[in-house]
Ligand binder design. Sequence first.
Ligand code: PLP
Length: 447
Amino acid sequence: MPTAPRPPHEAHADRRTASRAAFERARAAIPGGVNSPARAFGGVGGEPIFFASARGQHLTDIDGNTYLDYIGSWGPMILGHRHPRVIAAIETALQTGTSYGAPTEAESRLAELIIGAVPSIEKVRMVSSGTEATMSAVRLARGFTGRDKLIKFAGNYHGHADSLLVAAGSSAATLGVPNSPGVTAGTAQDTIVLEYNDPEQLEAAFCTGGDTIAAVIMEPVVGNMGLVVPTQEFLDAARRLTHTHGALLVFDEVMTGFRLSLGGAQQILGVTPDLTTLGKIVGGGLPLGAYGGRRDVLNHVLPAGKVFQAGTLSGNPLAVAAGTATLEELREHSPYAQLERHGALLEQGFRAAAAKAGVPVWVARVGSMMTMFFQRGSQPVPVTGWKTASQSDTDRYGRFFWGMIDRGIYLPCSQYEALFFSSMHTDADIEATVKAAEDVLGEIAAV
Ligand SMILES: *Cc1c(COP(=O)(O)O)cnc(C)c1O
């Protein structure tokens, strides 16, 4: 009798026995065994790998396997793990005090660095996560305009605040819970969800309810349904319509900020939003977020104005030290030309490997963010929004993921997350990754 092929995650599972035991223990104490669902491997089948340490571009798991890291903690580690300058800054901060609940000069230094880097930011408030940044920016937009409605786009993820957890990307997309239980109908009612890259739909929404819309929030380059690139027409429509109707344009650059350039996506796209949210890289691997933008808008935040927003650990000295060291390093030793060169090599390599294997894959990339969308048709089809992204062949992605794991390459554990690489990745790393992809795609084609 023919035996069924083994599920891809069971190949070489004996190399991950410690991770398996750790997951069993974690599941008893932590919901689903993880503190954030993106880590749970739900999108690829199998069980998460537990890590013991990281350095540069490499991760080491608790079984002693090492991997070339293409997640970088989902974006923050653009300088690689344990960058000496970042570690030194944290160590110095450790020796002076870890939290005061009172202002420090270091916070002004970081604020000035952010203002100097991001074109649209004239003033900035620090918080402790990307979720807090977007939630606060939305409240500020509503408080500033005196309006309730918010437009967001399907497949864009803006953290887990209630009004933003509607048709969200990232693990919400992976797990198929576009609307979480616990988000009230009343809250969801004030959020209008439109298709990304559809300027006509956006125009129609402003035509019918323009004077009720407080803000349009968007990822200026989407990373959270896999990578999706905006059209100039769509960006121009968003800027023009918000301006005309007195709404604010909010760029959620939690992922793209300091990643696509020092000034984020807005710098390379040439579009100036009213508000920008930051997270991930801005904290250099520690919990820190920020929201900033037009001075007249930011002056509405308490205690300068009346819109309430606060945080016991906001501007935490350790996080500020790590973030400041990261931004200074990016400013003084710009990695962006190298990241672009490596990105182009990866993109071309993956595309050629997929074509050679005859596996239909749409490869999307901007700088050091990239996604390979596995598809079902005979020819790759452009992915422009959630409608096209959600057609992906996630089973094939899962096979690809595990094949790459077996070759020591740690990719995102979901079709609907972008990969990231760091300034520490070398030419040889990129070449080895392309070679591994060729092998795995060849195997997939043979199944
Ligand atoms: C990660 C992310 C968030 C949420 O940030 P957290 O720090 O995880 O709360 C918000 N928006 C975007 C675009 C993100 O990628």
